[in-house]
Ligand binder design. Structure first.
Ligand code: 8YV
Length: 323
């Protein structure tokens, strides 16, 4: 008997590849040049897709339409903004993602990136490597976390894990979001410019997508001011990159620490010319430990559909209502 089909929009880690190739007939979009032919030939037989931001291939409304019997899109990552959610919903497709298992890892990285940016570890290390330390004495004094107030842009599961860490570090917090959360003791803002005015450090950890596109823009950066530091561990799209680059160039703000970009992995080359930004290649959840857990969820969600069990981790946008 032929195996059911999975369409993967691109490369998957070996743990995922091994298991899906065992259970399914897998078609890899990254290995196929003629997508039209693929959809014409097997589109109606595709009930399962696996994808993730790392594949750099969006699951578009057009693709979803060409798979009329699609039932599940299993996303490698908690953020699923690379999938056309309204199109999936309209077709009754369940999108699953990988929440919770990466909270602590991403929070560790966010705090690491914050400290690295504030204390300029990149420049300090370059100073040592170049021999300047021995030649010219101690490295210049930097900004500090000690006199900062952090405004969290988004305060969901990962935001709270970051908040817990910063509380341990004795850093005062406030948060911006869609609504005030009853169990959160920190000052709440529904106006990002107002929070930027009152804080000097912003950490973005909120979903990407049309609702948050370009949220961190010129007015926000101007309100943040010359001591300002922006850390983005969410999605590149939540920042207006042209505004951020201009603010970094003109020293409207002090610096930025970025793990995510609008056009990954081909980031705006202007970032590379700036000396007041710490740049990471989207490594938030990127430890073997955490990626194994995420990868297993990708597989287990696909297997759940194969065995007609409820998916483990459907997204809130596409709750499971039965197969
Ligand atoms: C992954 C992420 O790097 O979970 C997310 O939303 O951004 C990261 O953990 C990414 O999803 C890999 O595709």
């Amino acid at each position: 008997m032929s195996k059911p089909i999975v369409l993967s929009t691109g490369w998957m880690m070996p743990l995922v590849t091994r298991q899906i190739e065992e259970a399914f007939e897998v078609h890899w979009l990254n290995k196929i040049s003629d997508w039209d032919r693929l959809f014409a030939e097997v589109g109606p037989r595709i009930e399962r897709v696996c994808t993730g931001a790392l594949t750099n291939v969006a699951t578009t409304a057009d693709m979803i339409k060409r798979m009329p019997n699609l039932k599940i899109i299993s996303n490698y990552g908690v953020g699923y903004d690379s999938i056309d959610v309204p199109a999936a919903k309209a077709q009754g497709v369940v999108i699953t993602h990988t929440p919770e298992v990466l909270n602590e890892e991403v929070a560790d990285m966010a705090v690491g990136l914050l400290i690295a940016t504030v204390r300029e570890f990149n420049h300090a290390e370059a100073y040592l490597r170049s021999g300047d330390w021995a030649k010219n004495g101690e490295f210049r004094y930097t900004a500090s976390l000690r006199d900062r107030h952090v405004g969290m842009i988004g305060f969901g599961r990962i935001g709270k894990a970051i908040g817990k860490r910063l509380e341990g570090f004795g850093v005062p917090l406030s948060y911006f979001g869609r609504k005030k959360q009853a169990d959160v003791p920190y000052p709440f803002y529904d106006d990002l410019v107002a929070m930027a005015r009152d804080a000097d450090t912003l950490i973005a950890i909120l979903p990407g997508g049309p609702a948050t596109q370009g949220l961190i823009n010129k007015p926000v950066l101007e309100a943040l001011g010359p001591r300002g530091i922006v850390i983005n561990v969410a999605r590149g799209s939540v920042v207006n990159e042209a505004d951020l680059i201009a603010a970094l160039k003109s020293r409207t703000i002090l610096g930025a620490g970025l793990d995510v970009y609008v056009n990954e992995p081909k980031i705006d080359p202007a970032f590379l010319k700036l000396d007041n930004v710490t740049l990471l290649p989207h490594v938030g959840s990127g430890s073997q430990f955490t990626r194994d857990k995420m990868g297993q969820l990708v597989v287990d969600n696909l297997l759940a559909y194969k065995e007609r069990r409820a998916p483990l981790t459907p997204t809130p946008d596409t709750p499971f209502k039965g197969w």
